[in-house]
Write a protein that binds this ligand. Structure first.
Ligand SMILES: [Zn+2]
Length: 156
């Protein structure tokens, strides 16, 4: 579902899931904000694809455990911390916010690639956490807890 308001998308997912057998893979295209993915998983969606992690990464927006981070902001000019202090991806282990900001401000494509790499890692970690919470029958608690930190969509 691309372009509809999130509430309508979720309403449509509920309708479609009435006719798709529960044992079949349920796919939702264009659902990319972490909070929307969690809501869709709660409705039984299994599979997603979306451009957000790389499209936003190329423009300098990082998905982090504490929320959205716009690396081009001047406050990161001397910030030696990684994009996300709770992340162990290649970008976060090797590059500071200040260096990433420098790459963007210099027009270096590497900046977009490194932030995209981090964003994909962030999403992969989120999906693994979702899978684990489902296996442990704690998805509802996980969703409530993690969504408190996620407000990516409304910060656009
Ligand atoms: Zn990272």
């Amino acid at each position: 579902m691309i372009g509809e308001p999130p509430a309508l998308t979720l309403e449509m997912v509920q309708e479609v899931n009435k006719v798709i057998p529960e044992k079949k893979v349920r796919y939702l295209m264009g659902c990319g904000y972490p909070e929307d993915i969690i809501d869709a998983v709660g409705l039984g969606v299994d599979l997603f694809d979306c451009v957000l992690p790389t499209r936003n990464g190329r423009t300098g927006m990082a998905f982090t455990s504490t929320g959205k981070l716009i690396i081009k902001a001047s406050r990161y000019a001397r910030d030696q911390k990684p994009l996300d202090e709770h992340c162990r991806c290649y970008t976060c282990r090797n590059f500071s916010r200040a260096y990433l900001r420098h790459l963007f401000n210099s027009g270096e494509a590497l900046g977009g690639r490194l932030v995209s790499y981090h964003n994909i890692h962030f999403y992969m970690k989120l999906i693994k956490q979702i899978q684990r919470s489902i296996k442990n029958k704690k998805f509802s608690q996980f969703a409530r807890r993690i969504k408190k930190n996620f407000n990516f969509r409304s910060q656009d």
